[in-house]
Design a protein. Structure first.
Length: 317
């Protein structure tokens, strides 16, 4: 494991001077697997703010049991640890790095997004799996929740010297985490968790079951996230759509006529299509139109609004 912290220092920079001193003392103790850390003083310190910064600035500290929290006195902080073979993480990631060395930032950021989406399923039983909340669960066990997925993404981006930070907040009033990423000096938001494969969205190809990944949440703006009902005090005013995957792939439509062109050109060579529809038609009207244009039988998923439209996946049977 490489002890690479987040170079953007978003959470660290929000700490006061005393908290920053304790932060460094805690990180040093955790790297050395100390059970306790003597600190200069906890005067004017919020221990929760410090540990939040420690966790999200240093995703490689996945061997620390942040879920149990810490106990502390006036000048000592006590920690809990998890027992992992941490070498497995970098062994798995080595093939990823081999494929993107020397590539431009956008290609690297997108490739890592795709790699995590392809290898990870969302853990619906996370309450019984502590590993789901850190990057070990995401990378090694291939099953995680938003916290572990966003930390894994951050860890890999840190190793590539790509500025980023984990954004913690609430999606539909449920705790959620995603990433803010700087690509070629332009910041955007990427929610890998919501782009993961879904076990109920699949098709069969040459006897194999394929679970297509999504790109709906790649390159979003602050406005997009607010429209998706994601709230966070850690959102910055990033409003560039230059790296929005769906728009760049010309998969955002405002009329059924535009959508028909996609269907007629793509359905003959693909097993599924994904698009964002911004028109006024209802979900049923869009799907019925799509099936009529296809002349095929299929099923669809439609979820999460973005701007005034909806995300659609239509799989052909």
């Amino acid at each position: 494991m490489y002890n690479i912290e987040n170079k953007y220092h978003y959470y660290y920079n929000k700490l006061n001077h005393n908290e920053q001193i304790v932060y460094h003392q805690v990180v040093k103790a955790l790297i050395n697997h100390q059970l306790k850390c003597k600190v200069s003083s906890l005067y004017n310190c919020n221990i929760n703010h410090i540990m939040t910064a420690v966790k999200y600035e240093n995703p490689y500290l996945c061997f620390v049991d942040f879920a149990k929290g810490v106990t502390y006195t006036n000048n000592e902080i006590f920690f809990n640890y998890l027992n992992y073979d941490l070498n497995k993480i970098d062994e798995i990631l080595e093939s990823v790095f081999q494929n993107i060395r020397g590539k431009d930032q956008y290609t690297q950021v997108l490739y890592i997004h795709n790699s995590l989406c392809k290898r990870t399923f969302y853990d619906n039983n996370a309450d019984n799996n502590i590993n789901a909340f850190n990057m070990y669960g995401c990378i090694v066990e291939k099953c995680s929740v938003c916290d572990g997925i966003s930390l894994a993404y951050s860890y890999i981006l840190n190793k590539l010297n790509i500025l980023n930070y984990v954004v913690i907040g609430y999606l539909d009033n449920i705790p959620h985490a995603l990433n803010a990423v700087c690509i070629n000096n332009v910041w955007c938001y990427i929610d890998v968790t919501n782009d993961l494969r879904r076990k109920d969205v699949k098709y069969t190809l040459n006897g194999r079951t394929i679970y297509p990944i999504n790109y709906f949440y790649f390159g979003l703006t602050k406005s997009d996230l607010l429209n998706l009902n994601f709230t966070s005090k850690h959102l910055s005013h990033f409003e560039s759509r230059i790296y929005n995957y769906m728009e760049n792939s010309k998969l955002v439509f405002s009329s059924l006529k535009e959508l028909e062109y996609l269907i007629l050109t793509k359905s003959k060579s693909m097993n599924f299509i994904k698009f964002v529809y911004l028109g006024n038609e209802s979900t049923n009207e869009v799907i019925n139109f799509a099936f009529k244009a296809l002349g095929k039988v299929g099923y669809f998923t439609a979820n999460s609004t973005i701007l005034s439209g909806k995300f659609y996946t239509i799989i052909f049977e």
